[in-house]
Design a binder for this molecule. Sequence first.
Ligand code: KG4
Ligand code: ZN
Length: 340
Amino acid sequence: MKGTVILGIESSCDDTSAAVIRDRQLLSNVIAGQDVHRKYGGVVPELASRAHQQNIVPVVDSALKEAGVLRSDIDALAFTRGPGLLGSLLVGTSFAKGFTAALGIPMIEVNHLQAHMMVHFIQSEVSAATTPRFPFLSLLVSGGHTQLVVVRDYHTMEIIGRTIDDAAGEAFDKCAKLLGLPYPGGPHVDSLAKEGDASRFKFNKPRIEGYDYSFSGLKTSFLYFLRDRQKEDPGFITNNKADLAASLQSTIIDILLQKLRLAMKQTGINQVALAGGVSANSGLRLAMEQEAEQHGWELFIPPFSFTTDNAAMIAITGYYRYLEGYFASDDIAPLARMYF
Ligand code: KG4
Ligand code: ZN
């Protein structure tokens, strides 16, 4: 039995990625990052599309080679339709059209955010032995989104809470920039925080109703705090970097957990899954483990390699869509904003 072979393509932001999955088993997941944005302190859309254009063919070739799969073995190609940067998405979408037309195979559109939440269904050496059962609650924390989602089945997901301004990853990145850390700052805050005192500084936490999030107040509070302290001591940031990082990280985690606790309680759902780039954060992973233990939740934390943008998540989502026959038409166009 050959199984169903899906080639996944991800190009929504600044990582070009291709992955091959046979049924749920991951055979390869190749990611080419784009260093070109580093010196600008953020992703430059025009440069991102150009880099995708250069990377996509070699990245797909390596993914197929690593998987030991021939083009003729592929049953369908799954690609990210949105949300994301339009120019970046266009590269993936156009590639998908050319590739599937040449091979005479179907093309499957995937929502990038749904895909982040599907990583728990990938089978690989680094995956957990068990998968979540439906329904489960997903805390999706990335550079562009922060959402609490009830995942009802492989295709039906309901957002019950979202950020009303910045995403958690943006809060990490923008505050990291104020500390003089390179872009993206999240991972740098994470490693600095390990040596810092998280209880040293206090920053504003939002007070909003329901399951929604807000992070712009924290960013402003952090900015003013640094400005005031630097007036007294110009070396304040340099001398207190680790404590600042640790205090900032713990505030972001507190904000995330506060709403999660409420949602778990009120929905009565007992399984929670983390997803998105910020779920790589070691402080968040630890806090989630402690919280799960305390409340008796069943917790699913993704392997590090599936937290930030990758095509394995597109391939697994594509696989489940393939089983239902959800194929895209030839005239499909990418969507910078895409809902589910
Ligand atoms: O999911 P992702 O790769 O891209 C989006 O779809 O947005 O998430 C990227 C975000 C960035 O904001 C980055 O700083 C953050 O994830 N991130 C982290 C860590 N690793 C990545 N934030 C905190 N701690 C980390 N270890
Ligand atoms: Zn993402």
